[in-house]
Design a protein around this ligand. Structure first.
Ligand SMILES: N[C@@H](CCC(=O)N[C@@H](CSC=O)C(=O)NCC(=O)O)C(=O)O
Length: 279
């Protein structure tokens, strides 16, 4: 497992880096960002993975998410993967919500996506192993979060790995992709026409089918233009209530879907993770 350092910068006493590696999961070169807090100089630190939304690379949250000050104070590493495979020979679509930049954190089974669009394996297996091997992080203390499509990724990854992620949160997540246009477009394209194959990648369906987490934090802006059509946090609230999952759903007055919203609540989310990843 080798990685190439693209850039590093000292920030808040820690190091913000961007790295590249050859990925077996996606069959191409993948780029990701890692922030290591100053505490990592003394030994392995807890790690929070942030999964980004549609159209994003690793760089959107790195540039606009404002996580470094809080992560440095709390002693958290923050890992920010890309949202899809990219490059020549990788399938794409003209639309922003399918193909490159829109991997939906699934392993595609359908043409033309199947050869490279294996973001589930990438974010659940290959990248965590690579990060654990290359950085001073403690794999026993992992949390996961994300935004929109990445919030969907964070919820589904955590629901399917309940022993691995000790803390879970999301910013304006797609909670039930099977029930909204983004998922109803991406899931048949990547996973085929049978809705039974989509349920393992739908947080609400996973909970209905018995997946459990002790608790989840979700922030959602009330002025988010995707709230009613694509996000529908009420569906997650209903599923969690029925399942006995402690969902803290905070409706944030006047906030939209942008990184202005995410950066406003990033420190709260990192504090939530840090409190659950201590010790
Ligand atoms: N271009 C699209 C909207 C794209 C968009 O809003 N992307 C969000 C994530 S949406 C869900 O996954 C995002 O994070 N964009 C990157 C950014 O830096 O803001 C449209 O026009 O509707």
């Amino acid at each position: 497992m080798t990685i190439e350092t693209v850039e590093t910068h000292k920030a808040h006493g820690g190091v913000q880096g961007v790295y590249r590696h050859r990925s077996a999961a996606t069959g191409g070169t993948m780029t990701f960002a890692v922030f290591m807090p100053p505490q990592a100089a003394a030994g392995p630190v807890p790690v929070v993975t942030y999964l980004s939304g549609l159209t994003c690379t690793h760089a959107n949250v790195m540039d606009k998410g404002e996580y470094r000050k809080a992560a440095a104070a709390l002693g958290l590493a923050v890992v920010c993967p890309d949202t899809s495979p990219r490059g020549e020979g990788v399938a794409n679509d003209d639309a922003y919500d399918l193909g490159q930049g829109a991997g939906f954190y699934v392993d595609a089974t359908e043409a033309p996506w199947a050869p490279h669009f294996n973001m589930w394996t990438y974010v659940t297996a290959e990248l965590p192993a690579l990060v654990a091997a290359q950085f001073a992080v403690d794999p026993a203390r992992q949390g996961i979060t994300g935004h929109s499509m990445g919030g969907h990724g964070a919820l589904t990854v955590a629901l399917r790995h309940p022993g691995r992620y000790r803390s879970v949160s999301a910013f304006a997540p797609i909670v039930a992709p099977m029930q909204v246009p983004w998922g109803q477009k991406a899931f048949p394209a990547y996973l085929g026409a049978d809705p039974a194959r989509w349920r393992g990648h739908d947080a609400v369906a996973l909970i209905e089918d018995g997946a459990r987490l002790p608790e989840i934090l979700v922030d959602q802006g009330t002025a988010d233009s995707f709230l009613d059509g694509q996000l529908k946090p009420d569906l997650l609230q209903a599923a969690c209530d029925k399942a006995g999952i402690a969902l803290t759903l905070r409706l944030q007055d006047g906030y939209d879907h942008s990184y202005h919203f995410i950066s406003s609540f990033m420190a709260d989310h990192l504090a939530w993770h840090a409190a659950r990843l201590k010790g």
